[in-house]
Every structure is written in C-alpha cells, then in structure tokens.
Design a protein around this ligand. Structure first.
Ligand SMILES: NC(=O)c1ccc[n+]([C@@H]2O[C@H](COP(=O)([O-])OP(=O)(O)OC[C@H]3O[C@@H](n4cnc5c(N)ncnc54)[C@H](O)[C@@H]3O)[C@@H](O)[C@H]2O)c1
Length: 422
C-alpha cells in the first residue's frame, strides 16, 4: 500500500454526528476542493447519520459533485449497528493519512490508539481523552512513530483569542487575577443523541464545553491550573437517562488567579443566541487594572428572517465561527475559526509528513519528530504535549463533580496527577 501523497492527505472521519455535520465535513470538503485532502471516508455507528450527511441540502449546494465513502454503506438498515467497523476503515487507509475522531468523549481513546497502531496521523475533537496518563501515552506513541496528533480546540483560532495571546504575552494586560467564562448550549441538545451518552458517568457540561475556556485561558496566559471544583445540577433527558445538565466550576491557576466557569444544556431554543458564551478576565498591572472581555455570543450581526429555517425568525449570527458563503469558485466556501482550525491541523499533519519526504528510516523519523516538537513549542495547534493541562483539569473536574463540588488538586511535581483535596 502506498503512503498518502505528501502534498495531499486521505481522511477518515470516525463519527457522523453534529460536529461532523456542523464543522468537520464542510471544512474537509473545501480542503478536498483545494487539493489538500484526497479521498474522504466517514464511519458512523450505523448508516442513518451518513445518509443525512449525503442528503444535506447545504452540502449539495456548497460542494457540488463532492461525495464521501460511507461506512457502513448507505443501503444498510439504519438501525443495524457496526461498533467495530472503524477498525477496518482505519486499516484500509494508506499509512500517514489523517483519522479524525468525532465520536462521544469517552470513546476517543480506543479510536486514537487504533489509528496510531496503523501509522495514521490523528485529529481528535476536544477533549482528546479523559485521563492525563492516556494523553501522555498517546503523545509518546505518536512521537515514537513521527505521527501528528492534534486536538481540535477551535477557539484558539478565533482572531480575538490570538490577539489576546499576543498582547498578554507582551505584558499589555499585566497578570490575570479573576475572571468568568460561560458557555451554555441550546435546550434542544437534550433531545438529540446526547441523551444516549451524556450521562453522569460519561460527561458533564464542564467537561464537555467548559474545557474550551479553560484551554483558552491557558492558551492566552500560559498559566497552569492547580485546583478545580465543579458542582453539577442533575436532570433527566427525554429518554429518562440522568445527566448533569448544568455545572458551575471554579479553576484556580498557579499564580492564584480564579476563573468561574458556567456551563449547561439549556439556552432557550427560541432565543436569539443561539447559545450563550463569553469570557472576561480581570488583570492587574503596576498600580492599574487590565481586562480582556470577549462577547462570544453577540458578534454584532442580527438577522430577522421571513421564515423559520434557522429555528426562529430572529437570530444573532456569528460569521466568526462557521459560515458557508459565496466565493470565486463553485458552490460556497467555509469561513471562520471553525474552518481555520481544521485547516491548520490538516496543514500540520501534511507538514509532518513532508518533513520526511525523500528520506528513509531513522532520518525521516528524526525530521518528523523535529517538526512535531516545533509544532508543540509554537503552541498554536493544540497537541497532547501543549494541551495536556486539559486532561488534568477534566480528571480533577470529574472527581469534584462526583463529590458534590469538593476541591480537587492538580500536582505537577513528578508525574502530574489530580486528586480530591480535603
Ligand atoms: N465545540 C466543540 O468543540 C464540539 C462541539 C460538538 C461536539 N464536540 C465533540 O465531538 C464529539 C462528538 O460529538 P457530537 O455532538 O458530534 O456527537 P453526536 O452524538 O451527534 O455524534 C456521535 C457520532 O459518533 C458515532 N459513533 C458512536 N459510536 C461509534 C462507533 N463505535 N463507530 C463509529 N462511529 C460511532 C455515532 O454514529 C454518531 O454519528 C464529542 O467528543 C464532543 O465533545 C465538540
């Protein structure tokens, strides 16, 4: 089997749900059109979500003539499950392709391991995994084989985050001292596939979406979190499963700063939002205050439609995250930090592949490892090495929420670990 051409990469997306629909597939279709991506395969648990992706009218309009290979095949009965088919799909790829992991959080680790075992680069939706030890194992395995692993923390690619990082690191805000972050997803999420997996033992709103802002504060400041407390509010999904539907977290950073993090699945479906999110960081300089405030919900664009195709007549529109807009070519093109993030990760995988082009054996591996270390050091694309504080925070959060909000500490001495405090 030939390796992917080094200027182009084959992609297998594992998971055909909401994030694949909203961000990953349209981005990958566009990159295919730009000849960065070759064949696209998508593997889901059953054929139903794949059929929905093929028939999605927005994709038919935006990407005329483009298709993906569906696993299982579209003519399989929609209720028939293929839980291990992803292994065959991964095994069928040329080495050094890109496996994109877009399945529920607790299922990322086995797919990433299977991808690395088959010499594939990986891009996982956040959170990479739920345990720090797993992220270290993934980092070591990938580095040992010269493979790229990225974590899709797309808020890093929002231009406001990049600007804040630049100016914070120039000292323009002083030191972060106290702040708050909020991300509340729509109420209707409760009726989606979430109800089948977003149960107390698997996840919670802090782990699911709070991690974006924890990663962002780390991305902007470089400060490491040292203490986490998360209190959850339980509720029932429509199918009767019990989950944490709201959470309030508090993260303490190594300089003593505190961040409050409010998350939930309950933003009113008819409200303009279409979710609620933002970050405010109060800082201190020499005898004065500094501040970073991002309204990530209302980005200055309101639309009142004469139909209800968007679920309600009046909506705040975010051109910043992800939109399909007219461009100079056929169909529509994706714009926004959702696209920029996927593009940057695909570029990183291509860059690592290219570093070994024309070399063999140990020489190719060495050059690829150097490139991986450079990507880790740059800290823009999230990798296990430069974003593993997130796994520590998630571990601490899961301990804390199960103990009704008791403090959990993160120790960085020796092997970093999380444990419940007194
Ligand atoms: N803002 C973000 O970064 C963001 C937003 C949404 C989701 N996500 C992440 O994306 C992941 C998926 O979330 P979602 O909302 O798309 O979930 P979803 O429930 O809509 O979709 C999950 C998909 O996984 C597939 N799947 C489950 N088991 C499988 C198996 N054994 N083999 C192949 N496919 C399998 C299902 O068929 C389904 O298509 C989660 O980790 C979530 O945290 C991230």
């Amino acid at each position: 089997m030939n390796a992917s051409s080094d200027a182009k990469i084959e992609v297998a997306i594992i998971g055909g749900g909401m994030i694949t629909h909203d961000q990953i597939l349209p981005s990958i279709y566009h990159l295919q059109r730009l000849e960065r991506v070759g064949e696209i395969r998508i593997c889901a648990l059953n054929s139903a979500p794949l059929r929905a992706l093929v028939e999605e009218p927005n994709f038919v309009e935006a990407f005329p003539g483009q298709r993906f290979h569906a696993y299982p095949a579209l003519d399989q009965p929609p209720e028939k499950a293929f839980p291990m088919l992803y292994e065959e799909v991964i095994a069928s790829l040329p080495p050094r392709s890109l496996v994109m992991v877009a399945v529920p959080d607790h299922f990322h680790a086995p797919i990433i391991r299977a991808a690395l075992a088959h010499d594939q680069n990986v891009l996982s939706v956040k959170p990479l995994v739920l345990k720090y030890a797993e992220s270290v194992e993934i980092e070591k395995t990938a580095h040992g084989k010269g493979l790229f692993v990225g974590v899709e923390y797309h808020k890093r690619f929002d231009r406001r985050s990049l600007e804040a990082r630049l100016q914070y690191r120039r000292g323009r805000f002083g030191q972060f001292r106290c702040g708050e972050a909020k991300l509340v997803e729509p109420f209707y999420y409760r009726s989606s596939n979430f109800q089948n997996w977003f149960t107390k033992e698997n996840s919670d709103p802090f782990t699911y979406i709070g991690c974006h802002y924890v990663d962002l504060v780390y991305f902007i400041t470089g400060l490491r979190p040292v203490e986490v407390s998360v209190r959850g509010v339980e509720g029932k999904f429509p199918n009767g499963n019990v989950g944490y539907l709201w959470s309030l977290g508090r993260v303490t950073w190594e300089n003593g700063a505190i961040l409050g993090v409010l998350n939930g699945l309950g933003y009113p479906d008819e409200a303009a939002g279409t979710n609620d999110q933002g970050l405010c960081m109060f800082c201190e300089g020499d005898g004065c205050g500094g501040m970073i405030r991002h309204d990530d919900q209302f980005r200055g664009v309101s639309h009142a439609y004469v139909d209800r195709q968007s679920g309600a007549a009046f909506r705040f529109v975010s051109p910043d995250y992800f939109r399909l807009v007219p461009w100079g070519g056929d169909g529509l093109m994706p714009v926004g930090y959702g696209y920029d993030s996927i593009e940057a990760n695909v570029q990183a995988a291509l860059r690592v592949n290219l570093a070994g082009t024309g070399l063999s054996g140990g020489d190719a591996l060495l050059q690829r490892q150097r490139t991986l270390e450079e990507i880790d050091r740059q800290g823009i694309v999230a990798t296990p090495a430069n974003s593993c504080i997130n796994e520590l925070v998630m571990e601490a959060a899961r301990l804390s929420i199960a103990a009704n909000g008791r403090n959990a500490m993160i120790d960085y001495a020796g092997t970093p670990s999380a444990r419940l405090g007194g």
